[in-house]
Design a protein around this ligand. Structure first.
Ligand code: AMP
Ligand code: ZN
Ligand code: ZN
Length: 436
């Protein structure tokens, strides 16, 4: 369903209308957990399309579903559609990929080039830097929740990278400050509460995020009992979501899109490369993080450092940014520094020789991602179910670049400019999509 020019005019008029049109705070919904307000446009019509719930299970590798029982995810895959794999963008890290999923842009266009990065004007960005995370100037492109809100519908985020920032002046109607300790079950309850809202306040798009599987595999490797337990736990939360939808008669009436941002490779502790074993890095700005480190040396030292690191270790690759593989699309953004240093799959990379200053030296992670998106170990998964999706179907590998177009299509909204193509994911769609 495409909206008419008249619709946009009406939405614009309502934006400019007196405060009586301002959205109501939905404080009762999440008992203060969510930030209400901040949508500038009152939904003028309930969404014709079914609500879309976008779920991310961080670091859920494409083959986990085959290797682990996960009955609830399996049921969803059996009833709905499953992709062979979901291919991430480079670097296969959390923030760049979550933001590609919601914008349809590569990191060189949306600007989130790593979890840790530096901008010539804005300074440094990292996952622990709340000020940066909430600063819209870092976040380029138009994320799906902004598209949703701009077109008169509501969006709600129980966590998603970028959702805490005002982007183009807009935040989701309901959003939450990231709290990694918020219980998985509680996140499900929040999303179900949103679906219980009366139509005019109900979000057309909700997001839900869990980090447990990624964290467990970083700490203990992909084949550990801890990672298996994390998969079981997350699957149990999926079960709560499915049961909640069923209780409401919504299973099959809501479009549920479950994805991950990347996969995971095992990294034995002894596979560690330390850059300062080969070159002195005083005065060099270091960003990125294992297994891909970015170096911004003073201009006069770029070539010297490149040479010192070239061939220094069999698992080490050093590239000027213009030498990175074209398919990475990782050359043209001010936040991409002159030198990109990467290690081969299964290795970790650290810039400094010691963890000086840490009371106890950190153990190297036993699982890692960030490597070349072409590696199967870096591939994530996708399972979807609902009226807009194919039923009992399986499709091949797809790139996460196309999901923004897919979601706009399911929601009946006009996508902003992006690099995805709906045609590339048409196998995921129901043969005869219900009229939005
Ligand atoms: P990575 O370092 O790429 O493995 O990132 C995974 C971590 O990102 C998770 O363990 C979370 O701690 C963190 N994270 C995920 N989403 C957010 C968010 N919206 N805000 C802040 N941190 C986040
Ligand atoms: Zn991740
Ligand atoms: Zn991770």
């Amino acid at each position: 369903m495409r909206r008419s020019a008249g619709f946009f005019l009406l939405a614009l008029l309502l934006t400019l209308a007196p405060a009586a049109w301002a959205p109501h705070a939905a404080s009762a919904v999440t008992e203060g957990a969510a930030h209400p307000e901040s949508s500038t446009v009152e939904p003028v019509a309930a969404a014709g399309a079914p609500p879309l719930v976008l779920v991310s299970i961080d670091g859920f590798r494409w083959d986990y579903l085959e290797r682990h029982p996960a009955p609830n995810l399996r049921r969803l895959a059996a009833d709905g559609v499953e992709a062979r794999a979901l291919v991430p963008v480079f670097p296969s890290k959390t923030f760049p990929n979550h933001y590609t999923i919601v914008t349809g842009l590569h990191p060189d266009r949306h600007g989130i080039v790593d979890n840790t990065m530096a901008d010539p004007e804005l300074g440094r960005f990292s996952l622990g830097n709340r000020g940066a995370i909430a600063d819209g100037r870092w976040w380029g492109g138009e994320p799906i929740w902004v598209s949703v809100e701009r077109q008169g519908l509501r969006a709600a985020t129980c966590f998603w990278p970028g959702s805490e920032a005002e982007i183009g002046g807009i935040r989701p109607t309901y959003w939450m400050e990231y709290d990694g300790r918020l219980a998985g079950e509680e996140r499900v309850r929040i999303v179900l509460d949103w679906l219980d809202l009366p139509a005019e306040r109900r979000p057309a798009l909700s997001t839900l995020y869990w980090s447990d599987v990624d964290s467990a595999a970083h700490d203990t490797g992909t084949a550990s009992p801890e990672t298996a337990a994390a998969i079981e736990r997350v699957d149990r939360w999926m079960g709560l979501l499915l049961a909640g939808l069923e209780e409401r008669g919504l299973y099959g009436r809501v479009n549920l899109l479950v994805v991950s941002d990347h996969g995971m490779a095992d990294t034995p502790a002894e596979k560690m490369v330390v850059l300062e074993d080969f070159v002195e890095l005083d005065g060099v700005e270091i960003t990125g993080g294992t297994p891909v480190v970015f170096l911004r040396p003073p201009a006069a030292r770029v070539e010297e450092i490149r040479r010192a690191l070239s061939g220094a270790h069999p698992a080490l690759r050093v590239m000027r940014r213009e030498e990175t593989p074209r398919r990475w699309r990782f050359r043209d953004h001010p936040r991409i520094p002159p030198l990109i240093v990467a290690v081969d799959e299964g290795w970790n990379l650290r810039a400094e020789r010691t963890d000086a200053g840490d009371a106890a030296p950190r153990r190297p992670p036993l699982g890692m991602h960030g490597y070349d998106p072409r590696l199967p170990s870096m591939h994530g998964f996708l399972v979807a179910h609902g009226p807009g999706f194919a039923a009992k179907a399986r499709v091949g590998r797809i790139s996460n670049l196309h999901l923004y177009e897919l979601m706009c299509h399911l929601l009946g909204i006009e996508p902003a400019e992006n690099e995805g193509r709906l045609r590339a994911v048409r196998g995921l769609l129901a043969r005869t999509p219900r009229p939005g």
